[in-house]
Design a protein around this ligand. Structure first.
Ligand code: ADP
Ligand code: MG
Length: 234
């Protein structure tokens, strides 16, 4: 479970996040959606311990893994060596098993520079999953990918979240991605959580083939437009 109360983080320039109180229940899959610069990464960095909150509190009760917005693979290490870095003593998961689960085992002896964007992203997810987190924080996993690669990655992430009953918080600015991956979507304005959207279609690996999915996308888009319109008067 993830829970925050009055979570606030200020950068020296004054930007950041203000008074964020959210709960993501164990096994729940949640998305955080909002425009660029609204503080999504800042929130994830606070949750993963990379940033210490200026005020407020965070409660997290299980091992947590973060997949960063920009994949941070070491270019001088092979795929397998990159993933092995995440292996912890006492965690019975081999790099090969997890690379296999993510469909990139065949590339294990290559260097990151020899992979496509989608493959690199899979390897970076593998490097986080090899630590066997129960809570997964993903920062815009597919923002740099073309539509086909993005959907394949989303299929994989949904399957993994469901199979391992992970508690997940996905940061995205992509409306269909939020709907495909999560049962509850938190809407962010500049620095704050402005509302939420419950997704009745989740989980459905075939959701993209249904008209209702696109109706929900329109509804969510309208809610986001309202948040952004209200923003202009703040
Ligand atoms: P998002 O992930 O939603 O695009 P961020 O969390 O990265 O947004 O950034 C939120 C705000 O904080 C932005 O206005 C950004 O310019 C600012 N910001 C981000 N990182 C830093 C930093 N290291 N120093 C100062 N300001 C920052
Ligand atoms: Mg970001």
């Amino acid at each position: 479970m993830i829970s925050t109360s009055g979570l606030t983080y200020r950068y020296p320039g004054g930007e950041g996040i203000t008074d964020i109180s959210i709960v993501v229940a164990a096994g729940e899959s949640c998305a955080l959606i909002g425009p660029s610069g609204c503080g999504k990464s800042t929130l994830l960095h606070c949750l993963s311990g990379l940033l210490a909150p200026t005020s407020g509190s965070i409660s997290i009760n299980a091992p947590t893994g973060l997949v960063q917005q920009k994949d941070a693979l070491f270019p001088w290490l092979t795929v397998e060596e990159n993933v092995q870095l995440g292996v912890r003593r006492g965690v019975p998961t081999s790099a090969t098993t997890i690379l296999d689960e993510l469909g990139v085992a065949a590339h294990r002896h290559k260097f990151p520079g020899q992979l496509s964007g989608g493959e690199r992203q899979r390897v970076s997810i593998a490097r986080t999953l090899v630590t066997r987190p129960e809570i997964l924080l993903l920062d815009e996993p597919s923002s740099a990918l073309d539509a086909f690669t993005r959907e394949a990655l989303q299929d994989l992430v949904l399957a993994i979240q469901q199979e391992h009953t992970l508690t997940a918080l996905y940061v995205t600015h992509h409306i269909e991605e939020a709907l495909f991956l999560s049962e509850r979507i938190l809407l962010m304005g500049r620095g704050y959580v402005a509302g939420e959207f419950r997704n009745p279609l989740f989980p459905d690996p075939e959701a993209r083939l249904q008209g209702r999915f696109y109706e929900a996308a329109v509804e969510l888009r309208k809610k986001l437009n309202d948040v952004m319109a209200a923003e202009r008067y703040r």
